[in-house]
Design a binder for this molecule. Structure first.
Ligand SMILES: CC(=O)SCCNC(=O)CCNC(=O)[C@H](O)C(C)(C)COP(=O)(O)OP(=O)(O)OC[C@H]1O[C@@H](n2cnc3c(N)ncnc32)[C@H](O)[C@@H]1OP(=O)(O)O
Length: 408
């Protein structure tokens, strides 16, 4: 899909003094009350200097987008710079006139100029961002559990201890703990100070969130949870509340077991929802009653390869014969070209292409969320040489399912 729509608005980088207006436009677009002065003092910390754009009708800001400085773990373990796009909104009275298109064009051009290899976002609606070259790069499960029925099997390994953290402990201890786990999954993203301001400080200081950490045998934090009740406590506490888990990071399966055990053992909880769990998490099999949890497939990280040559050459590939892939990218034409992808890496070539992809399909393949043959079967990869598909499936496949696990 090509973003052919023209924009009738001026788009430029915002000054610091304009950020609160941008934040108000975003809050109103997602039906949230804009922050009061006290909450704004925390909220503004996630706006990094020079990374927020505004779209203007004359002197009036009518749309905005911003991004956090981040990074992406790619298959093989390399970590590359990424812009984590958020705060996207256009005022209701100026929609469908190209404001978003103008904002996306300017933002992607700036990300490319700044040398960030990827842009990524979580989409409010799945129909918006494909036209700008974003594709679903990682999938996740929404897990719904009935704690009363969800008991762990006795043989499930346990390790270390759980502890509730104060707000200050969470804000000081978790960034370093997370950075040690960043390479564990392809698809995990770097969490810089602006991410912690947006997703921890703002929530902990102004809403009712709890944080619990897991300490390993050496005393270091190797897993943690952020959660809150999903609704008002019932008049009769015995009816139980709903709990929603916003963050769940574990260094390994034994730690994840303990985090789940902790969550499922919290008293006076009727139902529990955890978003963004890995699609290959074996939780149901860890329970006495495997039907006490239900998993629903969800889109997770929408990825945009901004520098295709750098992205293709940075990841590891599975063992297979090389395949020549053509990329057609009307929005960032420097990416358009033909690449030979093989077990040893990827580089530009003049050889004829076996497959042709647009940036959205490439993003869906890049972290292994889909196989090339799957996308070929639904017409989203153009096949010039069908014999190349099995090799392409092996090349782009990953040892474990990619997982992002960070909302923003
Ligand atoms: C990463 C995040 O921050 S997620 C949060 C995103 N923000 C929101 O969802 C807030 C509510 N929505 C909005 O603010 C706006 O509707 C936006 C930002 C989604 C779209 O802004 P607009 O200025 O109306 O988009 P624009 O006019 O540039 O449209 C671009 C194209 O996307 C399409 N499009 C835009 N919004 C939608 C939508 N919600 N559903 C389907 N298609 C859409 C348009 O039809 C248009 O298609 P075309 O080029 O083929 O004609």
């Amino acid at each position: 899909m090509s973003p052919a729509r023209a924009t009738e608005f001026d788009v430029r980088v915002l000054e610091d003094a304009e950020l609160r207006t941008a934040n108000t436009i975003f809050n109103e677009a997602v039906h949230e009350q804009p922050p009061n002065d006290e909450k704004w003092a925390t909220t503004r910390k996630f706006y990094e200097p020079g990374r927020t754009f505004g779209a203007f009708a004359g002197d009036t800001m009518i749309g905005t987008t911003t991004s956090l400085t981040s990074a992406l773990t790619v298959p093989g373990g390399a970590v590359l710079p990424m812009a984590a796009v958020t705060g996207v909104a256009v005022r209701t009275d100026h929609r469908r006139r190209g404001a978003l298109t103008g904002l996306m064009r300017e933002q992607l051009a700036a990300v490319a100029r700044g040398g960030e290899v990827f842009a990524a976002l979580h989409a409010s609606e799945a129909t918006i961002y494909g036209r700008f070259g974003y594709g679903i790069g990682t999938l996740a499960h929404i897990v719904r559990a009935r704690p009363a029925r969800a008991r762990m099997r006795p043989e499930v390994p346990t390790t270390g201890t759980m502890r509730l953290l104060t707000q200050d402990e969470a804000l000081t201890l978790l960034p370093e703990a997370y950075s040690r786990m960043l390479g564990a999954w392809p698809g995990m993203m770097g969490r810089g100070p602006s991410w912690w301001a947006l997703c921890y400080e703002r929530r902990l200081r102004h809403e009712y969130f709890r944080v619990a950490a897991h300490h390993g045998a050496d005393g270091a934090i190797d897993g943690f949870l952020q959660y809150r009740p999903s609704e008002q406590a019932p008049a009769d506490p015995r009816d139980g509340v709903g709990l929603v888990v916003y963050d769940f990071v574990a260094a390994d399966q034994a730690v994840a077991n303990d985090l789940w055990r902790f969550l499922l053992d919290i008293d006076l909880v009727d139902h529990l929802t955890a978003y963004q769990r890995p699609t290959d998490e074996p939780l149901a099999a860890a329970l006495v009653d495997s039907t006490a949890v239900r998993s629903e497939l969800d889109d997770d990280l929408w990825l945009r390869l901004v520098d295709v040559p750098a992205a293709l050459s940075a990841r590891a590939y599975g063992p297979a014969d090389p395949v020549v892939v053509e990329v057609v990218d009307p929005l960032l034409p420097a990416n358009t070209g033909t690449y030979v992808v093989g077990a040893a890496g990827a580089e530009r070539t003049e050889a004829p292409a076996a497959l042709t992809v647009d940036p959205e399909a490439l993003a869906m393949l890049y972290l292994g969320a889909w196989r090339p043959s799957q996308l070929a079967g639904i017409g989203r990869v153009t096949v010039h040489d069908p014999a190349a598909l099995p090799a392409a499936d092996r090349l782009f496949g990953t040892e474990r399912a990619a997982w992002c696990g960070s909302l923003f």
